[in-house]
Design a protein around this ligand. Structure first.
Ligand code: HEM
Ligand code: HEM
Length: 197
């Protein structure tokens, strides 16, 4: 008998072998925030590549910041929801795998909070307010070169690389479950299918 599995019980009918599903709210928040990560990053790459006198540069910065702040708000809601509805336990999974999944998920949450906060600090640290899609502004902060340097280091020099590494790891792990393990892990993040009922 394998000692690496947490349990060998048979899942209830309609439940992915890897364990019960996330709630529909958790699923919706996952796909919206995850999707917005694939929007905020290309916006960043485009805006930092634009010439300083390009008339669309300001718009790209505003869109990047606004999408980033939207991610922060949605992740805050996601964490509150998760506190009230803890993640369903994984089944048929080695202890190290469950621990690695847990650690990588918390690191993903850390970058989804840390990146918008450091982005706001480096942006508002210039003293200028931050526009949210042109609808309202969030006040700027008094200029402080040390704080600005730390925020830039967190956002640009280290944070973005952590984001790339964690997303690659997350997608790689999901693909591995789909292609190699075939344990229905993705189904935990999807609504029940009609034939499951
Ligand atoms: C096409 C892209 C993606 C797919 C297919 C995907 C798939 C999944 C799946 C299947 C789970 C459930 C894992 C489990 O049951 O233990 C999950 C959880 C999670 N995903 Fe994704 N994901 C994607 C994109 C993202 C992105 C871009 C982020 C953030 C940068 C993200 C952050 C998370 C987090 C934080 C969790 C843990 C949820 C919790 O336990 O509260 N995902 N993802
Ligand atoms: C999840 C959210 C966010 C992610 C993943 C993200 C990611 C990035 C990336 C990859 C860059 C390009 C760095 C480079 O190569 O130069 C960047 C630059 C920047 N971001 Fe964000 N960002 C996020 C949120 C924000 C927010 C909320 C703000 C401001 C309110 C912001 C302000 C900026 C600024 C001002 C730059 C230009 C920095 C510079 O080059 O001086 N970001 N961001």
């Amino acid at each position: 008998m394998s000692t690496t599995l947490q349990t060998t019980e048979t899942p209830a009918a309609g439940t992915p072998a890897a364990g019960a599903r996330y709630t529909l709210t958790a699923q919706a928040l996952h796909w919206v925030t995850g999707g917005l990560m694939f929007v905020v990053l290309p916006l960043a790459w485009v805006m930092v590549s634009m010439a300083r006198d390009n008339p669309s540069r300001g718009l790209m910065f505003t869109l990047h910041k606004s999408v980033g702040l939207t991610i922060l708000a949605l992740v805050a809601a996601r964490l509150v929801w998760r506190r009230m509805n803890p993640a369903p336990a994984l089944r048929h999974t080695a202890r190290w795998e469950a621990a690695a999944a847990k650690a990588s998920h918390w690191l993903l949450y850390a970058v989804m909070v840390g990146m918008p906060v450091s982005g706001y600090l480096l942006s508002a640290g210039s003293g200028r307010p931050v526009s949210y899609f042109g609808l309202f502004t969030i006040p700027g902060l008094p200029k402080n070169e040390t704080a600005d340097g730390i925020a830039t280091w967190l956002h640009v020099a280290t944070g973005q690389w952590a984001v790339y590494a964690l997303i690659l790891l997350h997608l790689g792990a999901t693909a591995w479950h789909i292609v190699v393990r075939r344990d229905g892990l993705l189904g935990r993040m999807l609504p029940a299918q009609s034939q499951d009922a």
